[in-house]
Ligand binder design. Structure first.
Ligand code: FAD
Length: 512
């Protein structure tokens, strides 16, 4: 979901099964792969979101002679990724940008020739606001998602009470937890920083990203780095301060070129289009939900759901890149235990209300990336991104684009509320929060019910179990946002790794 605030210290959880890095294919590697082939392989990819697209693209990169068929239930590719251009606004209906601290998003864009399309977040607007008692306050400078790196901004912030600040500062002296057991984000943060810092600072920042209930969200599956920091340095504050001291040197050495988050000039749908353009003609079957999968010797038989479908087709391998609920349903007849394990991954949903205003209609200066709203405020708004401040080209001259998020695990009903009521509710609260006057000249509402997997406590163990079980079904691979990270780069990595495993197993078979 929306990424705001200073996330410099965050590394999204990384994928475990990693036989080969997603590097560009050299001519020699491609030649060798082709030489080992006896008959062209048929590979099915189910799901045309970014995970399935990345898988299909990687298959074609690695072995251009294999026949890839990609099934997509809907009339368009991209899954939740969707950019619309209306009334001069460029609106991302879901994901807005992606993180650059892991390489997979940037690498794929470069391989697709989109390297000159990157747009960085506006450096003048890196500030994030947090709501307290209905008013916006700046997140204390140097507060990196979970811990302060500077004392003075924490001392003067009106977001925490004096007692809350004292308790947060005491984190320095709390002994670290040494074992490897999982715990909820709520338990972890309250143990380290106290209840108030959790409710007022961390919950809204992390909650806005995962649309999650923090009492259930797994720290090891979502932000494992913080548990590592706790163990290595004994305290998050000490760890962050050490990292901050080391940072200027590291930056000079690495000559980092990108901001923490980037997007693409024409929107994230241009990534989807660029992948689609690289796939051989006839690869993609839109409007074609896959209905059934069956094992058939060492091959796979697939059934489409369309009435016009003539029946079934056989494939050497299947990459299942649908939402996990669909994967569970498709796998039920093949392995009930695997299907049951996948089916336990629950999802939350959100709705994104994009609003276009004339600049003078908004009383707040909007000098930041956006605002997050703690659950304890009991406001239906989870977060609001100042979209045209982050990326200026998103609104026409003199206009503003705001993207408001509602729903999440704590208010699921809002993700599906009818547009008229939702618009009214959001406008009422926007008027109070940002001093907005009058009606928006532009409004777009996108509903995403059940699209955000919830990595509950124990998620990593669950995924290890799912993968061990999947490994017993040769030719079957899983990809998608339910397993190793919800962010776009993680989904790309998951899809590419699935493709690489399919190709690696083929190479092994050919050699044997
Ligand atoms: C509101 C919102 C904001 C977000 N913001 C960000 C962000 O700013 N940055 C970021 O990095 N990430 C963000 N994310 C997360 C990220 O966008 C998603 O995790 C990622 O795009 C999911 O990709 P996917 O391919 O795994 O799944 P999906 O996009 O869900 O794709 C799965 C596809 O499978 C298809 N399908 C389903 N059933 C079948 C079937 N039977 N047969 C064939 N096809 C089927 C579906 O139609 C769909 O197209 C956001 C997500 C949401 C919902």
């Amino acid at each position: 979901m929306e990424k705001m605030g200073n996330h410099q210290a965050i590394r999204p959880s990384t994928t475990v099964r990693a036989p080969a890095p997603a590097t560009p294919v050299t001519a020699a590697a491609r030649k060798s792969s082709v030489n080992q082939r006896s008959t062209p392989r048929r590979i099915a990819v189910i799901g045309g979101g970014i995970s399935g697209l990345a898988a299909a693209h990687r298959l074609v990169e690695l072995d251009p002679s294999c026949e890839v068929c990609l099934w997509e239930a809907r009339p368009r590719l991209g899954g939740v990724l969707s950019t619309v251009h209306q009334q001069g606004f460029q609106v991302e209906q879901s994901a807005d940008n992606f993180i650059t601290t892991v390489p997979w998003g940037v690498d794929l864009c470069k391989r697709l020739g989109l390297g000159d399309q990157f747009i960085q977040t506006n450096p003048a607007c890196r500030q994030t606001y947090v709501v307290r008692s209905g008013r916006l306050h700046k997140l204390p400078d140097g507060f990196l998602m979970m811990a302060p790196t500077r004392w003075w901004p924490l001392v003067v912030t009106p977001i925490l009470s004096p007692l809350g600040k004292l308790r947060a500062a005491f984190e320095y002296f709390i002994p670290p937890r040494k074992d490897d057991h999982d715990e909820s984000m709520a338990a972890f943060v309250q143990r380290r920083l106290g209840r108030e810092a959790f409710e007022r600072l961390v919950e809204p920042l992390v909650g806005a990203v995962y649309a999650a209930d923090m009492e259930k969200l797994s720290v090891l599956a979502t932000l494992p780095r913080f548990r590592e920091l706790e163990r290595e340095h004994g305290s998050l504050i000490r760890a962050m301060r050490r990292q901050m001291k080391a940072r200027p040197k590291a930056r000079t050495e690495s000559g980092a070129r990108y901001s923490m988050f980037v997007t693409l000039r024409d929107g994230l749908s241009s990534l989807v289009e660029a992948i689609a353009a690289r796939l051989p003609v006839g690869t993609v079957r839109l409007n074609t939900p896959l209905e059934r999968i069956e094992r058939c010797g060492d091959r796979w038989r697939l059934w489409e759901a369309t009435p016009s479908a003539t029946g079934r087709e056989q494939f050497d391998a299947v990459i299942l890149a649908t939402p996990s609920k669909v994967a569970a349903r498709l796998l039920e007849p093949i392995d009930t235990e695997l299907a049951a394990a996948i089916g336990t991954i629950s999802h939350s949903g959100t709705a994104v209300v994009s609003l276009g205003y004339d600049r003078h209609q908004v009383g707040h200066p909007l000098d930041g990336m956006g605002v997050v709203v703690p659950a304890v405020e009991h406001n239906p708004i989870l977060a609001c991104s100042f979209s045209s401040q982050k990326y200026a080209h998103r609104a026409p001259e003199g206009k503003l684009l705001l993207r408001v998020f509602v729903g999440g695990a704590l208010r699921p009903e809002l993700a599906e509320m009818d547009d008229r009521r939702l618009r009214r509710l959001v406008l009422e609260h926007m008027a109070l929060l940002l001093h907005v006057r009058g009606q928006p000249g532009y409004c777009d509402i996108a509903h995403w019910p059940g699209t955000m997997p919830q990595y509950h406590v124990g998620h990593k163990t669950l995924v290890a179990r799912i993968e061990a079980r999947t490994a017993k079904l040769p030719g079957l691979e899983l990809a998608g946002n339910a397993y190793h990270g919800v962010g776009i780069p993680n989904c790309i990595h998951g899809g590419e790794q699935a493709a690489e495993r399919v190709c690696t197993s083929r190479t092994r078979t050919a050699i044997l």
